[in-house]
Ligand binder design. Structure first.
Ligand code: EPZ
Length: 417
């Protein structure tokens, strides 16, 4: 398995481009199942999760054609196998996003339950509850969700908690349903809005995306369209944190501060200077950051996907900070690895007290999930000496060419087989 070898101590400086958003591209690729006409996508990131999703819909009969560097065309005229097998779903939970579109387009679906992952049980009860409200007959048998619906009917759905892929799944099911669907307590994440924009380009009738109440007027069919995937705000935030922790100065292009206010505010509180123009963000870091507490919450509050990265920067900041994770039940796995590097972190349930230390010392650490891996990279970039990060397949799921981009910013990093 690949490992990442980092020699810490170099401030990151320079300019890199941000890729398209993984968490927007994944549901948008599933939207391609909804129409027999072609969907042309631009700015699709080259990530393992994306190739997994393309393989998954490919075995259903969808033709995927790569176009140039970040483009692809989906042609689902030949969609004839509404099945998402366990072997593929177990490697990527977001596969559950095919459920709504398959039900809407084919009237049936057999989708393996995603199962949990390192950060939590990750149930999909809200996805199922919402589809049942729209008239789907759903059984869970042998680890699979078996769903049938001649034609889904519009319904009013109130989810028990804010769920990003739950909102996305239900929105995709509703666009071809008979009548109006209202999703209350909907997720307001920018990726939900990006999906809604793509669906609208395909002829869907959606209003309220980005608010907690989304209204979808079902239509009988969707047509082809082209859509450019939004920039990845979590990749953006991750590189901003890496620059902040190393006392660097970077400029990130093809991205926007628009969807990262909560993260930028915290970086400014930590002592960074952050400026943005319409499609780039620049950050200048102070010699040493000030500790900054965070509490994760649904958008527009501080994103859970940036919690691990902020724990890393607090490890070497001045002072102590409290980090509270309110979305997932087990998202502090990076803490024990950071402690191996010399961090002072005390965990109590979903709260972590991080007291900044003068420096971290390189060691061998293990990545456990995507954003935990990112926090170990940041810690390795600031630690004295060498840090070897194992199981970096987690990183490759969500960060395109990470060692290349870091090297371009001056980091001493290389992938070892
Ligand atoms: C999406 O996951 C993202 N993944 C996650 O990013 C992100 O951390 C998460 O939203 C929160 O922002 C994609 O978009 C592909 P949720 P999702 O449904 O939709 C509970 C990354 O690093 N819940 O919003 O699976 C759930 O257990 C990944 O890129 C139920 O109980 O998250 C969690 O506690 C990690 N029942 C909370 O709600 C359900 O039916 C929020 O989960 C659905 C969710």
């Amino acid at each position: 398995m690949d490992k990442l070898l980092i020699r810490g101590g170099t401030p990151l400086t320079g300019e890199i481009g941000i890729s398209g958003a993984k968490n927007a591209a994944l549901p948008i690729i599933c939207a391609g199942l909804l129409s027999p006409e072609s969907l042309y996508l631009k700015n699709v990131p080259h990530l393992n999760d994306i190739s997994t999703m393309l393989r998954l819909i490919g075995q259903m009969g969808v033709e995927v054609t790569m176009e140039g560097n970040e483009g692809l065309t989906l042609d689902s005229r030949g969609l004839n196998n509404p099945l998402a097998p366990y072997e593929m779903v177990k490697t990527m939970r977001a596969s559950i996003l095919v459920l709504g579109p398959l039900l809407a387009r084919c009237g049936e679906a057999k989708v393996s339950l995603p199962g949990g992952c390192a950060i939590g049980a990750r149930p999909v009860d809200q996805h199922i509850k919402g589809l049942q409200a729209m008239g789907a007959e759903i059984r869970v048998e042998g680890g699979y969700v078996l769903a049938k619906a001649k034609r889904l009917k519009g319904a009013r759905i109130l989810t028990d908690m804010v769920t990003v892929t739950g909102t996305e799944n239900l929105m995709m099911a509703a666009v071809l349903a008979d009548g109006e669907t209202v999703i209350e307590n909907a997720a307001r994440e920018p990726e939900v809005v990006d999906l809604a924009n793509c669906l609208s380009a395909m002829g869907a009738r959606i209003s309220g995306a980005g608010t907690d109440r989304i209204v979808i007027e079902g239509v009988t069919a969707l047509h082809g369209a082209s859509h450019s995937v939004m920039p990845d705000r979590i990749e953006t935030g991750t590189y901003l944190c890496a620059a902040a922790a190393t006392g660097g100065s970077v400029r990130l292009t093809n991205t926007s501060v628009a969807f990262l206010e909560s993260v930028v505010e915290k970086l400014r509180e930590a002592g960074c200077e952050v400026v943005s123009d319409q499609d780039a963000i620049s950050l200048n870091a102070p010699g040493r950051l000030k500790s900054v507490g965070v509490r994760t919450s649904p958008y527009p509050a501080f994103p859970t996907d940036m919690q691990a990265q902020f724990m890393a920067i607090n490890c070497v900041a001045e002072g102590a900070a409290v980090i509270r994770e309110t979305i997932f039940e087990n998202r502090f796995m990076h803490a024990v690895e950071l402690i191996r590097l010399g961090a002072d972190i005390k965990i109590d349930g979903n709260t972590a007290l991080v007291t900044g230390v003068e420096h971290l010392d390189g060691a061998t650490v293990m990545a456990t999930d995507l954003r935990a891996s990112a926090s170990l990279v940041i810690a390795g970039l600031v630690a004295q000496g060498e840090t070897l990060i194992e199981r970096i397949y987690h990183l490759d799921r969500g960060y395109e060419r990470i060692e290349e981009k870091l090297a371009r910013l001056g980091a001493a990093v290389r992938r070892v087989r």
